[in-house]
Structures are given as C-alpha cells and as structure tokens.
Design a protein around this ligand. Structure first.
Ligand SMILES: NC(=O)c1ccc[n+]([C@@H]2O[C@H](COP(=O)([O-])OP(=O)(O)OC[C@H]3O[C@@H](n4cnc5c(N)ncnc54)[C@H](OP(=O)(O)O)[C@@H]3O)[C@@H](O)[C@H]2O)c1
Length: 306
C-alpha cells in the first residue's frame, strides 16, 4: 500500500496546449516517451482525438485527450476541473498554442521565394508587406491566443502546479520575433527589459497601446515592429509575463523558449527544422531538475538574451 502511494506521488502529469499537430504534438510524444502522463489538448475535439490515436499507435498509452480552446474561459475551467478531479495536481504546463496574427496570400508568399537567412535576419520585412496583412481582428485573435490565452490558462492551472511535489514547470513557447532588439521604440524596449519595474498591468498596458496604434494606423510612427507586428508583440509580452511570473513564484521553473525555425503550418512551411528538433527546447525545460533556471529565455536549448 505504502509503495502504491509512493508510486502515485512519483507520477508526473503534463498539459500541452495546441497539441493536435506541429511542435505541440511532438512535445507530447517526447514527454510521454520519457514517462510523463500527458494531457494532449486541442480546441477541436476530432483533431485532438486523432492526434492521441496516432500516439497510442506508437505505444504511448500514457497520453490522454482534453478539449481546450485557450481563448474560451469555460473551456479553460473545464480543463482545470478535470485535472483537479483526475490527478489532484499538475507538474508541467507547456503553453504551446499559437496564432500568426496575419492574413496571408500564400501563393504570393511562395512566389517571393525568401530564403531562411533573409527571413530570420528581419531583412524580409519590406518584401512581405504586400502578401501579409495585419487587420485589427487578426491582431485581436493573435493576442487573445498567444498572450491573454497563456495568461488565462496559467492562472487557472497555477493552484494545481503549486501542488506538484517537484515544483511546477511552466514552458511558454515564444519566438525570436519577441527579442527586444527587434522593437524600434527605445522606451518600450527599455521598459520591457527592466524587471525591477515590470508588472503584469504594465504589460497589459503595452498590449492596449499596440491595439490603439494599430487601429489608428500608427504602428510605424509609434515604433512597433513591422514584421508580423501582432505576433511579435504577443510574444514579446509573453516573454515579459514569463519573467514577472518567475519572480512571483520562485519555487517553480518558469521559462520561455524559441523552438527554432520549424517546418509547420504557422509559418506556411517556410521553416527548415523538423518538429523533433523544434520540440527539444520545450521538453528540456519541462523536465528541468529542481533548482533549474527560471525567468529565462532560451533559444532552443541554450539561454539567450531577451
Ligand atoms: N514553427 C516555427 O518556426 C515557430 C517559430 C517560433 C515560435 N513558434 C511557436 O511554436 C508554437 C507551436 O507552433 P507550430 O509551429 O507547431 O504551429 P502549428 O503547427 O500551426 O500549431 C499551432 C497550434 O496551436 C493551436 N491553436 C491555435 N489557436 C488555438 C486556440 N485558441 N486554442 C487552442 N489551440 C490553438 C492550433 O490548433 P488548430 O489546429 O486547431 O489550428 C495548433 O494545434 C506556437 O506558439 C508558435 O508561435 C513556432
């Protein structure tokens, strides 16, 4: 009996959001292969259960499905209730779900034939302006997923992560588009980079300011990034939120990670790395030993500069 309770305590439980495909699905596979019981979540039930079936087909019976739309408060609450009732705790949360925030003319984008180096350096910015459009609605969808979605899921699951006997792990999947040097406005850069004065309210204020500037066609004059503007802002704010959260919960390991430039739907398959490579950073951070780094930004598996 004692052995049984010790065994139950040793079991680790993880949630991965947006895990029906891409880096999220591969993150679930790698975590499950390392012995973690993983809740694969997806907003669409059919896509999610198909993904779980594909992993069961590989012999990974320790993967379960639960619906989760990170934009929907009721869906978030239902997930939290399920975990509380079924597991009584959570050890790992990987906030992976993401949206690009642009409407893309995919044929036009392909015709530009932009090479990966040009993409990553930021030199493609002017080239893509005609084929990638940011509308107010697409920006709202992006920020509601990549920033507010992460915050709401995290807030709902934090009490369960605090029940983890190994100290909870939170991995926020970010992007190199969030790196502060890419934001032209010096004041925004310096305020986001100053952890002493950074607060959640301040970060929310930047999001509101961005949306105001977008509505008034003032993004460039206000010094926001021209490349994937809503996506870049959502991930920069996500990085800032990660730091604030890590400071507030020092017993946990809370980090953000750029997965690499990976061949998935979100970048219209312009990426060059495999999902196996792309999931490595998230998995490493999800499995950090106690006392591991927290409040850091990783470029794949290496600590990087915010
Ligand atoms: N690929 C890269 O090169 C790259 C680079 C930097 C960062 N990232 C980040 O990596 C993460 C994973 O992206 P990926 O490359 O694997 O792209 P992906 O294959 O397009 O996967 C995105 C996932 O997010 C889900 N999602 C979107 N909105 C959601 C919502 N409201 N609720 C729940 N799930 C939602 C999608 O579900 P549906 O199938 O239902 O749409 C899908 O499962 C994202 O955060 C992305 O920003 C990727």
């Amino acid at each position: 009996m004692v052995f049984f309770f010790k065994y139950i305590q040793l079991l680790r439980y993880a949630v991965v959001t947006g895990a029906n495909k891409g880096i999220g699905l591969e993150t679930v596979r790698q975590l499950a292969a390392s012995g973690v019981t993983v809740l694969l979540t997806a907003r669409n039930e059919k896509r999610g259960t198909d993904a779980v079936a594909s992993l069961h087909g590989l012999g990974l019976s320790n993967v379960l499905f639960h619906q989760l739309d990170v934009q929907d408060p009721q869906s978030i609450q239902a997930l939290a209730d399920f975990i509380r009732t079924r597991f009584g705790k959570l050890d790992i949360l990987v906030n992976n779900a993401g949206a690009s925030g642009v409407i893309v003319d995919e044929d036009g984008l392909r015709a530009l034939n932009i090479d990966p180096a040009t993409w990553l350096s930021g030199k493609a910015t002017n080239m893509v302006q005609d084929v990638m459009k940011t509308t107010y609605d697409s920006a709202i969808g992006c920020l509601s997923t990549n920033y507010y979605g992460v915050k709401n899921v995290t807030k709902a699951l934090l009490p369960l992560l605090q029940c983890s006997t190994s100290g909870g792990r939170i991995v926020n999947v970010s992007s190199l588009r969030a790196e502060l040097w890419r934001i032209p406005n010096e004041q925004i850069r310096s305020e986001l980079g100053n952890l002493e004065t950074l607060t959640e309210e301040k970060i929310d204020g930047f999001v509101e300011k961005f949306l105001h500037d977008l509505k008034n066609n003032e993004l460039e004059v206000s010094g926001w990034s021209k490349m994937l503007p809503a996506y870049s802002v959502s991930k920069a704010m996500l990085n800032a939120y990660t730091r604030v959260l890590a400071k507030k919960y020092p017993e946990m390991c809370i980090n953000c990670v750029h997965p690499g430039y990976v061949d998935t739907d979100i970048n219209w398959h312009t990426g060059i790395m495999t999902v196996e490579e792309g999931a490595q950073g998230s998995v490493m951070l999800a499995l950090l030993p106690q006392g591991g780094p927290s409040g850091c930004y990783f470029d794949r598996t290496q600590v990087g500069e915010f």
